[in-house]
Design a protein around this ligand. Structure first.
Ligand SMILES: Cc1cc2nc3c(=O)[nH]c(=O)nc-3n(C[C@H](O)[C@H](O)[C@H](O)COP(=O)(O)OP(=O)(O)OC[C@H]3O[C@@H](n4cnc5c(N)ncnc54)[C@H](O)[C@@H]3O)c2cc1C
Length: 438
C-alpha cells in the first residue's frame, strides 16, 4: 500500500491498454494520472451511437479464452453478448457464393474445392497439429504453406482463414505459430459495442481514485533523476514515479529523448501495422436475412452482420460490417476500396442501398499496431513492457509482450506492466523506509 504523498504513476493514452492499467494500479492503491489526447477515452475501442445503432470502428469480437476476459473478470468489468452463429456462413470465390466448409460434412459436399483439394485439406488439419505449428515462431505462414501445401485451392482457403483470425493480410510476414490458437478461439460480439468495455474500465479506474484527463496531449516524457517529468501540449508538466506509454510504438518513441532512444526507436521501426478498410452499415432491413457471415477466398474481404447475434441495432434492422484486409505494401485509393466493398454488399444483399440508415467508411484503420512477424520470432520476439535502460518506464498495447494478439495483447501487456510498476514502487518504498530507519 502507498501513502497519499507519493508521486503518481502517469499513463499516456486512454485506450483499452491505458484504462486497464489505470484500473489495476488504482485498485492496488497507487495514485494514477492518465492523459488522453482525444475528447473521450477509448481509442480504437470507442463505439458511436446513431439512430439506435451501435457502431464499433470496424468489426470487433472479444476472444473468450484469452487474457482479456480473465482480466476484465478480475477488475469486475461486466459485459454481455453472444457468440457468432456459424451456420449459413458463406465463402466467396470468383464472384460466386458457396457454403463455407466449416466441418468435414460441408467440406465433402462443397463445390468450392476440387476433389484433389478436399483430399489434401482433410488430413492437413491433423498435420497442422502434428507438425507442432504452434512452436514454429520463426516460420512465416507463406513459408509454411509453400513447404507443406501443394494444391492452390488449399493455399487460398488457408490464407483466407489466417486473414480472418489475424486481422492481417501479410502471410509473408506473419508467424505461422499464431494460427492454431487463433483458429480455435471462441468469440463474443458485445451488446452495445466495445464502448461497454471502455465505460466499464473507466468506471473501475475512477471508482478506485484514478484521475483521467481528456484533451490532454502528452508532448514529451523526460528523465528527471529517479523520476520522470511528463510535458503536456498545454505547457504544464507533471512529475511521475513511473510512466506507462499506452500508445502506438511510433508515438512512444517520439515522446522519449526526441525519438533517439535506441530500443524505442528500433521497436517503432520494426512494427508493421495491420491495416484494414472498414465499411460499417446500418440498414432498416436486411434484404437477405439468412446471409449473416461471409469471407472472401480469392479476395481479402470480410462480411458479418453483428446485429444478428448481439444487441447493436433496433429490432428488425441490421448492423453490417464489411472489411478489406490490406497488405502493408498496398495503399489503394479509398474510393476503389469502397467500390469493392459495396460490390460485395450488392452480391450478398441486393437492394441494400435503399435500406441504408447510416454508414461509416474508415479506409485505413490500424487493426493491430504490429503484425506478429516470423523474422523477429513471433510473439516471443515482441518488445516490452519494460524499456531497456530507462527504469520505471514501460509500454503497453497490441504490439507489446509475449501474450495474445489485438485486445488480448493490450490486456496482457497492461497487466504485466502494472505488476512490474508495483514491484518497482514497492522496492523504492522499502529502500526509503530502510534509509529513514538508519
Ligand atoms: C477495424 C478494427 C477491428 C478490430 N477488431 C478486433 C477484434 O475483433 N478483436 C480484438 O481483440 N481486437 C480488435 N481490434 C483491436 C483493438 O481495437 C485494439 O487492439 C485496442 O482497442 C487497442 O487499444 P490500445 O489502448 O492499445 O490502443 P488505442 O486504442 O490506439 O489507444 C491509444 C490511445 O492513446 C492516445 N494517445 C496517443 N498519443 C497520445 C499522446 N501523445 N498523448 C495522450 N494520448 C495519446 C490515443 O488518442 C488513443 O486513445 C480491432 C481494431 C480495429 C481498428
Amino acid at each position: 500500500m502507498t501513502t497519499s504523498t507519493q508521486l503518481p504513476v502517469i499513463i499516456v493514452g486512454g485506450g483499452l491498454s491505458g484504462l486497464a492499467a489505470a484500473a489495476l494500479l488504482a485498485q492496488a492503491g497507487y495514485p494514477v494520472k492518465l492523459f488522453e489526447q482525444a475528447s473521450a477515452p477509448g481509442g480504437r475501442a470507442r463505439t458511436s451511437q446513431q439512430n439506435g445503432f451501435f457502431f464499433n470502428q470496424g468489426a470487433h469480437a472479444l476472444s473468450l479464452q484469452g487474457p482479456g476476459t480473465q482480466l476484465l473478470a478480475e477488475l469486475g468489468v461486466h459485459y454481455s453478448g453472444s457468440e457468432p452463429m456459424r451456420t449459413g456462413s458463406l465463402a466467396i470465390e470468383g464472384g460466386k457464393l458457396y457454403p463455407l466448409p466449416i466441418n468435414v460434412a460441408l467440406m465433402l459436399e462443397t463445390r468450392l474445392l476440387s476433389f484433389a483439394a478436399k483430399a489434401e485439406l482433410s488430413p492437413l488439419f491433423a498435420r497442422f497439429k502434428l507438425a507442432k505449428v504452434a512452436e514454429l515462431h520463426h516460420v512465416s505462414l507463406q513459408g509454411w504453406l509453400t513447404a507443406h501445401v501443394k494444391h492452390p485451392q488449399v493455399h487460398q482457403f488457408l490464407l483466407a482463414g489466417a486473414r480472418l483470425a489475424s486481422y492481417s493480410n501479410a502471410p509473408d510476414l506473419l508467424s505461422v505459430a499464431l494460427l492454431p490458437s487463433l483458429l480455435n478461439t471462441r468469440l463474443l460480439y458485445l451488446d452495445g459495442g466495445w464502448q461497454t468495455l471502455v465505460d466499464g474500465l473507466q468506471r473501475k479506474a475512477l471508482e478506485a481514485g484514478a484521475e483521467i484527463k481528456t484533451q490532454a496531449r502528452v508532448r514529451a516524457v523526460e528523465v528527471a533523476g529517479e523520476r520522470y517529468s511528463v510535458q503536456l501540449a498545454d505547457g504544464s508538466s507533471h512529475v511521475a514515479s513511473a510512466v506507462l506509454l499506452a500508445t502506438d510504438p511510433r508515438t512512444a518513441s517520439t515522446l522519449v529523448q526526441d525519438g533517439t532512444h535506441e530500443a524505442l526507436h528500433r521497436w517503432a521501426t520494426q512494427a508493421i501495422p495491420a491495416y484494414t478498410a472498414c465499411l460499417d452499415i446500418a440498414l432498416r432491413h436486411l434484404p437477405k436475412a439468412e446471409r449473416i457471415f461471409a469471407i472472401g477466398i480469392d479476395r481479402p474481404l470480410y462480411y458479418s452482420v453483428h446485429s444478428a447475434t448481439a444487441r447493436l441495432a433496433p429490432e428488425g434492422s441490421a448492423l453490417v460490417h464489411i472489411m478489406r484486409y490490406l497488405h502493408p505494401d498496398e495503399s489503394p485509393e479509398p474510393e476503389t476500396t469502397r467500390q469493392e466493398m459495396e460490390a460485395l454488399m450488392d452480391l450478398l444483399q441486393p437492394g441494400w442501398r435503399a435500406e441504408v440508415v447510416a454508414q461509416f467508411f474508415l479506409p485505413h484503420m490500424i487493426a493491430s499496431n504490429a503484425i506478429v512477424q516470423a523474422q523477429f520470432g513471433g510473439l516471443l520476439g515482441r518488445p516490452g513492457p519494460a524499456v531497456p535502460g530507462l527504469p520505471h518506464l514501460y509500454v503497453a498495447g497490441d504490439w507489446v509482450g509475449p501474450q495474445g494478439t489485438l485486445a488480448d495483447a493490450c490486456f496482457a501487456s497492461a497487466s504485466s506492466a502494472t505488476q512490474l510498476i508495483i514491484a518497482d514502487l514497492s522496492r523504492q518504498q522499502s529502500a526509503s523506509l530502510a534509509s529513514i530507519a538508519e
